[in-house]
Design a protein around this ligand. Sequence first.
Ligand SMILES: [Ca+2]
Ligand SMILES: [Ca+2]
Length: 298
Amino acid sequence: MVEGVETLLAVESGAYPMNSDLAVSIEAVGGLISARLDGGLLFGTPVADSSLSAGTVAAYSWGNSGVTFDDVLVSDLAFARAQCPPTLLFADFDEGGQDGWVTVDEGTIEAPSRWSVQGGVLRQDANIYGPVWGAQTNRLGTLCYWADPAAMMWTDYDVSAVLNTADDDGIGILFRYKDPGNYYKLELDRQWSWRKLTRLVDGLEATLATETGAYATNTDLAVSIEAVGTRITARLDGAVLFGGPTEDSTLGAGTVAMYSWGTAGVTFDNVLVACPLAHGLRETVEKPHLTAGPQVSR
Ligand SMILES: [Ca+2]
Ligand SMILES: [Ca+2]
C-alpha cells in the first residue's frame, strides 16, 4: 500500500488450518521480501519490491472474530548478515539477457545445449545428455554458471531458484562451482524418481545423499541449497530433502550454476544467492516459540 493505493505483489492458493498455532514470518532485506508459513516459503520465491524501505510491524485481522497473536519477534537481519552483503546475486532475467552467465556442455548426445533468455527466464531447450541413455551416475549434462570472478570466492550462502519443465529428466543447481571438474550438484529426476546430492572433485563423482521422489512437471519448483561451512541443506518447495543436512568438507568456495540433463525445455528464474542467516537465528525466525495458546473461536 503506497499513498493509499494497493498493488498485488504475489498471490497463491492455499488455506490455513483453524484452531492451530500458525508460525507466520516475513523477512524483509533490501528490496526482497520472503514470506513463510510454518517454515515453508510462500509464493515459491522471494518477492522483489523496493517501494517501502522502513517502518514498524502490525497485527492484522479482516472479518475474524477471535484471532490471537503471540510471541511477536522482530530480529535485525542486518546484524545476522553482517559477514557479507545480504544479496550476492539476484537474477530475474527480466533485462540484461544472459550477460555474465557462461555455459558448459558436458554431454555429447543430442548436443549442443540451447541456453537463452526469453520471456523473463533463463531457458535450456536441448535434450543434451551423456555419457549414455539411462545413466544414473556420472551424468554429463549442460550447465550455465554465474561467471563473476568474485563469485568464485563465495563460501557460505543460500542459493535458490524457481525451476519449471515439461520434460521429466535431470534438472538442478550446482553450487561452490570452481570449474567443470569441481562442484557440488543437487539434481532432481522425475523419470527415475530420485533426488541426489553429488560432489565432483578433480572429475571424480561421489554421491553424498540420495532419496526417492519425483518432481511435478509444468509447475514452478522452488529449489534451494544452504551451504554453511561443511553443512549442506537442500530444500524443494521449502521442505528439507534427504532428511536433514549433509556434511562434506571437500569444496569450500565457488559460484552457482543452473543444470539440465536430457531435459528439453527447462526454465530457471529468480536466482537468488544470499548470505545464510546466522546459525541459530534461522531457527528463531522460522520457528517462533509455539506455545499452547487459548483456543481460537470462530
Ligand atoms: Ca523473470
Ligand atoms: Ca528428455
